[in-house]
Design a protein around this ligand. Structure first.
Ligand code: SF4
Length: 448
């Protein structure tokens, strides 16, 4: 019998089990005659290197100095990740490489499939692909790149292609698509949270698909997963905390999910963009169903910038969504992006002012600086956004670094400087430790 091993490699935050390979594992178990195995080596690396933090984050009673310890964790991991990435670029093995390789080879697979969700995983994947000689290697996921494609035997787009690859051409009509991701296959008590937090994906992609800076949605159509299968996934996991990893969920669907979740007595979190549809009545229903935390794609407090981003929201939508959510008793985290091409200093201040005006309804701010991504509308039509030049700088493992020049507005450097100058204002608004932005799961499963 053929043996396929699904692997998730470092580096990303070990806060919850990986959704991608778990879903794939369960689909293949239903449809393949091969023996399917799975390994979260990202978790294994962090257990080996950062056991002190694992212990700390698992015991919330010791969290009196949470901000300090989390920042120290962030500094330490940043340093370790960066040093190991440099080793890979220099053609050397990263730390614990042999230990992790041994976990793969000791299972004696014929095929090893790596799921690459974040570009930060590319370095470890590159070094594994170079080392694994006597097995077939497969890569897939949103962060695959042309360098990794050259190293792997095969690049595949989804679980169906992987099934075809290991089985030969399968009869599509005979397949069982009732996939219930089984998270009980992991040692859930090992993740860096006081209680396990399960990632749930309830649809194929974002239904909105219009934001001009966004590269999250792929060309796949928006399809909602069956409510029965979502329920089965929750029941099978036997857990209480669920992080919905969908990029955006429409109101009708949120209400369907609320009806499903209410009797299950779970606590959940999701990502939304502000919308006038999210009135107080709706948000109260969601809260009653266990919705505890919303991560809002707020982006900007200036209408011209919101329109240029095609965010499909207004300043009034932002204010009413945050107010209603807060009144309903839900925690609000907001994503804000500075330095969108052509944004001026005054428009930056509009965002700061909007945050200050709504400060009583905001629990945590996550600030970022705009980065130009390949394949996005901004990248494809730079002139429309005042971009006069795109510069691509070749890199060893990752795709080229993209920088750009603008005809007007703030440069990335100026936006970063302004952001740093206003740090104290943002910190004052935060009701939860700023460092919880590295571990949003902690906001869900600890702070009641
Ligand atoms: S930013 Fe969010 S809402 Fe906008 S297209 Fe991307 S995933 Fe969808």
């Amino acid at each position: 019998m053929k043996k396929l091993l699904l692997v998730y490699l470092p580096f990303c935050t070990p806060a919850s089990p990986p959704y991608s390979i778990t879903n794939m594992y369960s689909f293949l178990k239903n449809n393949s005659s091969a023996e399917i195995d799975i390994l979260d080596l990202n978790l294994e690396f962090h257990k080996l290197k950062f056991s002190k933090y694992q212990k700390y984050f698992q015991n919330s009673e010791s969290w009196k100095d949470y901000e300090e310890v989390s920042k120290e964790y962030h500094r330490d991991t940043h340093k370790v990740y960066s040093e190991n990435n440099k080793l890979v670029v220099a053609n050397k093995k990263p730390e614990f490489f042999d230990e992790l390789l041994d976990k793969i080879t000791s299972r004696k697979p014929d095929t090893v499939a790596f799921s690459i969700v974040y570009s930060s995983q590319a370095f470890f994947v590159a070094s594994m692909l170079k080392e694994l000689k006597n097995v077939t290697t497969v890569i897939g996921g949103p962060a695959i790149n042309s360098k990794l494609k050259k190293l792997a035997d095969k690049t595949l787009n989804n679980e169906l292609e992987l099934l075809n690859f290991i089985e030969g051409n399968v009869e599509h009509d005979a397949l069982n698509f009732n996939t219930v991701p089984d998270f009980s296959i992991y040692d859930l008590g090992s993740y860096f949270t006081p209680s396990p937090v399960i990632p749930l994906k309830t649809s194929s992609t974002c239904y909105y698909q219009q934001c001009t800076f966004c590269s999250h949605y792929s060309k796949v159509p928006y399809i909602e997963s069956s409510l029965d299968l979502i329920k089965e996934t929750i029941l099978k996991s036997k857990q209480r905390y669920f992080f919905l990893i969908d990029d955006m969920i429409p109101k009708k669907r949120l209400l369907d999910l609320a009806r499903l979740f209410t009797p299950l007595k779970i606590k959940w979190s999701c990502q939304l963009k502000p919308s006038k549809q999210l009135d107080l009545k709706t948000l109260k229903i969601l809260k009653d169903s266990g919705l505890d935390l919303i991560i809002w794609g707020l982006e900007s407090g200036n209408q011209r910038i919101l329109d240029l981003m095609k965010k499909g929201t207004s300043i009034e939508d932002i204010t009413s969504s945050l107010t209603n959510s807060h009144e309903a008793g839900i925690k609000n985290t907001v994503y804000v992006m500075f330095g969108f091409p052509t944004e001026t200093q005054e428009e930056f201040k509009d965002t700061r002012d909007l945050l200050v005006k709504n400060e009583k309804c905001i629990d945590l701010i996550s600030v970022s600086i705009f980065g130009l991504q390949k394949g996005t509308p901004v990248y494809n039509n730079p002139k429309l956004f005042g971009i006069t030049k795109i510069i691509e700088e070749e890199r060893t493992v990752l795709e080229p670094r993209i920088t750009y020049e603008v005809s007007k507005g703030l440069s990335q450097k100026q936006a970063t400087k302004l952001k740093n100058n206003h740090k104290k204002t943002f910190d004052r608004i935060n009701k939860y430790p700023q460092a919880m932005n590295f571990f949003r799961e902690h906001m869900l499963c600890v702070v009641e």
